[in-house]
Design a protein. Sequence first.
Length: 223
Amino acid sequence: MDFQLPILAPSILAADFTQLGSDIKDCVDGGVTWIHCDIMDGHFVPNISYGPSIVKAAKKSAPEAFMDVHLMIEDPDKFVDDYVQAGADLISVHYEACPHLHRSIQNIKKHGIMAGVVVNPATSLFNIEPILEYVDLVLIMSVNPGFGGQSFIESSYEKLQELADLRDAGGHGFLIEIDGGVSLKNIEKVAEAGADVLVAGSSVFKADDITARVNELMGKLES
Ligand code: DX5
Ligand code: ZN
């Protein structure tokens, strides 16, 4: 699939769940094309978020949006089918949660959707080198997974550049996604460091005017 890069992917974890549909619509009205869905099970990460039914509802409120599903759960292979049925266009699994990562990636791709691998802040990129040729996207966590509203871990800039170098050296075509602590203050620097897809939760949904904030963030990406 061809995408117009860079992409802003709002994480609905930070949305107002009493009006999730209208919050998502506000994002789409601002030009958003990807919606980031954070699935947490209270085991792999110390928080529980939501499941397939919310992904399905989000897809219903923005049928044309690309659903970017980030599984922060143990044994993700068991749940891939549920998220495919819910409308996922891409499913990312954590390197740290998949003892048989090659099989997990194939298990996602067999559904005809995109597959991504995620690395936590303390995980070296050299752990995922063998899988780079098989994935459509690599997600670098710039916060410790489990919660929105955290601060961007500064060493993520270097990790982004390292990953871009690995992609060039290997002739790979995967997208590079960054997730956690992206805001108006750092979004340009994060994009310059090599991010193709930038997740933003609280900086989008905690704004007074979501559409205006999306315009602001996307304006900085276009500049
Ligand atoms: C954290 C999630 C992130 C988070 C982003 O575990 O993977 O997607 O929701 O939220 P902000 O942008 O507020 O850090
Ligand atoms: Zn996420």
